[in-house]
Design a protein around this ligand. Structure first.
Ligand code: ZN
Length: 196
């Protein structure tokens, strides 16, 4: 498992709901936390490790030692949004690219944890921003989509660099073709949708 970078097709894939919290899923979550800490992030969506599942993880401290701050969101839904906030965001799938994104200030999110327990959270500020960012991932939406037009123009050269690098790795065979990657995403999504 590794964190994929833009424009990997997984980042534009709409994730499918998780049907069963299996041992395999627990293992995926553990590996995702490892990758997130290694990359010094505070959140990671399953799309970002090329898995088309509605799941993301969060530890706003970004500190592995603070395991009590780890949160797993399975099949999350943002059910309320209030107010607006604007702040700079980054994304582990766009290393070193940052931009200001306007988001709801306060949200209510519903999800399931790794024990299959449903929970509801009302959050604002950074937690709210991170949850909106990660939920966007599950819908195949990226923070660069939400930059102002001026900021989109400004980051365009960097976005192009990501594309060039990715296409070169595909040419070299380090990464599969879009067709291969998409076929694998569909296979995983269908397998998740199948009854256990
Ligand atoms: Zn992200």
């Amino acid at each position: 498992m590794q964190i994929v970078q833009y424009p990997h097709p997984a980042l534009r894939f709409k994730s499918v709901p998780i049907q069963e919290i299996s041992l395999e899923l627990r293992d995926i979550v553990r590996q995702m936390f490892e990758l997130m800490y290694a990359a010094e992030g505070i959140g990671l969506a399953a799309n970002q490790v090329a898995l088309p599942y509605r799941l993301f993880i969060l530890n706003l401290t970004g500190n592995k030692e603070e395991a009590d701050q780890e949160h797993v969101f399975i099949n999350p839904e943002i059910v309320k949004r209030k107010g607006t906030q604007e702040a700079e965001e980054g994304c582990l799938s766009f290393p070193k690219l940052y931009g200001k994104v306007r988001r709801a200030e306060e949200i209510v999110v519903e999800a399931f944890d790794l024990d299959g327990q449903g929970f509801e959270l009302t959050v604002d500020d950074l937690a709210s921003r991170a949850i909106q960012h990660e939920t966007d991932h599950l819908d195949g939406r990226l923070f660069i989509d939400r930059l102002s037009e001026a900021d989109q123009r400004e980051v365009q050269p960097k976005v192009k660099d990501f594309e060039t690098l990715f296409r070169r790795q595909q040419e070299l065979g380090v990464i599969g073709t879009d067709q291969q990657l998409e076929a694998e995403l569909r296979r995983l999504a269908n397998a998740q949708g199948a009854p256990a």
